[in-house]
Write a protein that binds this ligand. Structure first.
Ligand code: URA
Length: 296
């Protein structure tokens, strides 16, 4: 076996390359020689995206970011939606997939897991689809999976998630009474800020996720989620603490509240009081709605 000797600069350059590709931790003591390498050129090449979908579901509107309807694709053949190359080359090409044909959370998960055209899928370790109870009255939308979430494939399992659990417990909620998802289901490489193209590609999937979970209330955690869903440039301190009625693309107005992200609260514990005020607003809406349902 030949041994290649590299100098210090080569090694630093190789480490930097790996870091930029999202490899920012060592999981094994030795490299896995059997793992097939992912070629950057293949990841970035425009492709004809196809998605396996049930053939019988009637075609419906295409969901765009902020619930706007976009243009329709030609009808699917044999249950496969073919995306024209011109559409595939567009940065937001996944918006062209008719997500209304996905009619269950299990199918949504399977279709997302097959979304090979999303570069984030290839740099993340795992799809972070959801945690908690899909039938819960409250959906909590976080930002992006962190390192622990990426490793486990479960949202909010790291320190921020542990704080979130404690915060929810204060108002009698836990993961059996909430459903937790993120704006993006994959961790961006090296924890970098997601690009506009990545948001454009994945926001329709987030909106479809909400439509299929059918929650009564939505809690947005952090400025990025609040800005995205409210379509606002204001900061989280301005956006938090007010109920807004939001249409996630299915014509249903869902009461939606933004609050501070637990990761921010770990860095700025003095702000926990504001987050607690928001949680009490959620608790009182939940209790009021429960009373209404009983008397109605
Ligand atoms: N922060 C988030 O927004 N989501 C997670 O899943 C973890 C940390």
């Amino acid at each position: 076996m030949s041994t290649q000797i590299y100098d210090r600069n080569d090694i630093i350059a190789m480490l930097r390359y790996q870091f930029e590709m999202g490899i920012d931790e060592a999981l094994l003591d030795f490299p896995d020689a059997l793992a097939s390498p992912v070629k950057l050129s293949e990841l970035l090449a425009p492709t004809n995206m196809t998605l396996d979908l049930p053939a019988k579901t009637p075609a419906g509107p295409i969901i765009g970011p902020m619930g706007k309807k976009a243009t329709k694709l030609p009808p699917s053949r044999n249950g496969r939606v073919a995306v024209a190359p011109a559409v595939a080359a567009c940065p937001s090409f996944s918006n062209a997939t008719d997500l209304s044909k996905i009619t269950s959370l299990a199918d949504l998960r399977a279709c997302l897991a097959a979304l090979d055209d999303c570069p984030l899928k290839h740099t993340a370790s795992n799809l972070c689809f959801a945690d908690g109870n899909p039938g819960a009255r409250v959906v909590i939308i976080g930002e992006v999976p962190g390192r622990d979430e990426d490793r486990m494939g479960v949202p909010f399992v790291g320190f921020a998630g542990q704080l979130l659990d404690k915060m929810l417990a204060c108002i009698g909620l836990d993961r059996t009474s909430t459903y937790l998802i993120n704006m993006l289901p994959w961790r961006p490489p090296g924890n970098r800020t997601p690009t506009d193209e990545e948001f454009a590609m994945l926001t329709p999937w987030l909106f479809r996720h909400v439509q299929l979970a059918k929650p009564e209330f939505i809690l947005l955690l952090g400025g990025a989620a609040a800005k995205l869903v409210f379509g606002s440039q204001d900061g989280i301190l301005k956006l938090r603490g007010k109920w807004r009625e939001i249409d996630f693309g299915d014509g249903v107005m869902r009461p939606t509240l933004a609050s501070l992200h637990p990761a921010y609260l770990l860095r700025s514990p003095a702000q926990k009081q504001l987050a607690f005020e928001d949680l009490l607003m959620l608790a009182s809406r939940l209790n009021l709605a429960a009373v209404d349902n009983k008397s109605g």
